[in-house]
Unconditional design. Structure first.
Length: 299
C-alpha cells in the first residue's frame, strides 16, 4: 500500500444474491480497489464458503474486503429482526476469513419510540456485540441513514443525527464502536457534512460513496415535508458534495480505509445505467483523492 491508496475507492456487492463472487469477477477489471459484501436482514450464505469464493474471485488483484455489511433492525424481536442479530454475530465471528476488520449496518431501533427511548435496548444489545467484536479484533460501524425515521419515531436506525451520536457514544464508550458515514444522509436533513469530518472523523470506521442533490427550488416552493421530494440520492460526482474537500478532510484526521460506492439510488444512473454511473463515480472519486496512481517524489 502506498500513501495514495490508504484511501481506496470501491463498491458494495449484494451478498444475498445467488453468486456474489461472479459479480466481483465481472466488475474488478473496471478498477474498483475494494469490495463491501453486504447482507439485507438475513445471512443466507455459508460464510466460510463465501469468503473462499470471494478470495478466489479477487485472486492476485490488489483489492481489499475491509468491511462487511449487515442491514436490518437487531433491536427488535420479529423473525427477521432476530435473523439480523444472528447475522451480526456470524459476520463478527467470520470477518477474519474475508480479511475484514469492520462490520457495518444500522443500529436498529425500538419501533415507534424516540431515540432516547431506544438507548437502553441499544446499550444492552450493542454492549454485548461490541465485546464479542473486540475479542476478535473487529470494529462495529453504524451507518447514518435515517430510513425514514426522525428523532421522535422510526423503525430501523438511531445513528442518523450527530446529537444521537453523542448519546450513543456516551452510552457505549468503546473504542471499537463507530460510524459508517456518508454525506448523503446529512444533506437529506440540510446538515453540512464537512464539519462532521473534522469533529467525528476519529469515529469514521468506513465511508460510503453516496451523495445527494438538495433541490432548493422545491424547498422554497413546497418545503421539506411536502408531496414533492426536496432531495435526490445521487451517485458521487452527480450530487452536491465536494468530495475533494471531504477526502482532504478525511486524510487530515488520519482516515485510512475505503470509500465504497453505494449504488442503486440515483434517479438517473440506474437500471441499465447503473454500472455506467458507478464507474463514473469511481473515476471521479479517484480524481478527488489525488489521482489513480501514486507518483514517488524525486530522490
Amino acid at each position: 500500500m502506498n500513501a495514495l491508496n490508504t484511501i481506496r475507492i470501491g463498491t458494495m456487492v449484494r451478498a444475498n444474491d445467488s453468486n456474489p463472487a461472479a459479480t466481483v469477477r465481472q466488475i474488478l477489471p473496471l478498477g474498483f480497489e475494494s469490495i463491501e459484501p453486504f447482507f439485507w436482514q438475513t445471512v443466507n450464505k455459508d460464510l466460510p464458503r463465501l469468503a473462499g469464493e470471494l478470495k478466489e474471485a479477487i485472486g492476485d488483484a490488489d483489492v481489499t474486503v475491509s468491511t462487511l455489511g449487515m442491514f436490518g433492525n437487531p433491536l427488535e424481536g420479529d423473525e427477521l429482526d432476530r435473523a439480523t442479530l444472528d447475522g451480526w454475530k456470524a459476520l463478527i465471528d467470520h470477518a477474519h476469513l474475508f480479511g475484514a476488520t469492520t462490520v457495518s449496518g444500522f443500529t436498529g431501533r425500538v419501533r415507534g419510540k424516540s431515540i432516547e427511548d431506544s438507548l437502553p435496548r441499544f446499550t444492552q444489545v450493542w454492549g454485548e456485540l461490541a465485546r464479542r467484536a473486540a475479542d476478535k479484533g473487529v470494529r462495529l460501524a453504524f451507518e447514518n441513514c435515517a430510513m425514514d425515521g426522525n428523532w421522535a419515531s422510526g423503525d430501523w436506525n438511531i445513528a442518523h443525527n450527530p446529537d444521537a451520536w453523542e448519546l450513543m457514544f456516551n452510552a457505549l464508550p468503546m473504542d471499537n464502536v463507530g460510524l459508517e458515514w456518508e454525506p448523503c444522509h446529512q444533506l437529506v436533513y440540510l446538515i453540512d457534512p464537512l464539519p462532521q469530518v473534522r469533529k467525528w472523523g476519529n469515529k469514521f470506521f468506513h465511508v460510503h460513496g453516496k451523495d445527494a442533490t438538495v433541490r432548493w427550488d422545491v424547498v422554497r416552493e413546497h418545503g421539506v415535508h411536502g408531496r414533492h421530494p426536496c432531495v435526490q440520492m445521487r451517485t458521487p460526482g452527480f450530487g452536491d458534495t465536494d468530495w475533494t474537500r471531504v477526502i482532504s478532510e478525511l486524510r487530515l484526521v488520519g482516515y485510512q480505509g475505503s470509500i465504497d460506492i453505494e449504488g442503486w439510488h440515483d434517479p438517473v444512473y440506474r437500471d441499465e445505467l447503473e454500472m455506467t454511473g458507478q464507474v463514473a463515480a469511481l473515476e471521479y472519486l479517484k480524481r478527488c483523492r489525488g489521482g489513480s496512481r501514486f507518483i514517488p517524489n524525486p530522490a
